[in-house]
Design a protein around this ligand. Sequence first.
Ligand SMILES: [Zn+2]
Length: 249
Amino acid sequence: MSLQQSQAVVLQVKDHGDSDKIVTVFSMEHGKIVLIAKGAKRSKKRFVNKLELFSLLDIYFAPSRHSSLMRLDQADLVAPFPRLRQNYELYIAASLLCELVLHWTREHDSDEDLFRLLAWALEGLSVPGVAVNRTIIFFHVRLLDILGYRPDLTGCLDCRVLGTPGVLYRFSPLRNGLICSRCEPRATANSQPLSIQTIQFLRRIQEMEQGKLERLQFPLAATREAIALLRRYDNHLLQREVQSWGFLD
Ligand SMILES: [Zn+2]
């Protein structure tokens, strides 16, 4: 069978038997795919230092006759991002991005925008002095856009007003938007209070171009609220806990 080629980010690596590895990647042309790297554990020659978490690779692979796994034939390093495996904070952040892509995608369902976003975020995290939370929040806001789950932060879903003095706002994961304390005086299950500052901060990120991210101020309180919101929203949409969020604290 003929070999296929694609750029791909390594999301997960597991040992398989005595000599093989199972590698899950998110590829540009084929989306998420699971590959078996024969002999990768025993003879390191072919795959030396390549099948590492977060690495950006050029992979060559073929469907296997005997299983649903693709057979990984060759992998060339495009960008290894070693800092992401050496620094604990960066490791957790990169793990979170990869875990989100793992949970949010189906096999063989390609999405070039998502692939580019992931590659951009991993590259950004590997730059010395990076603001880690900034990259996580921006990645996640864009991820929701790509998936079609953009939260509506333009105003209360019922009265359409935002910013009335003395009125509190809550984000409802169930309704995918804001509800104000005039329309719904009591907190509904799973909703999260959001300050006006955090709402405006998230809206600016929704409208922002990737290249201009550096210019945006990330106030600490808004950053914390935004991260809590994204975590809660993930739990609701995925109906499961994204484990890496727990390590981020
Ligand atoms: Zn309202």
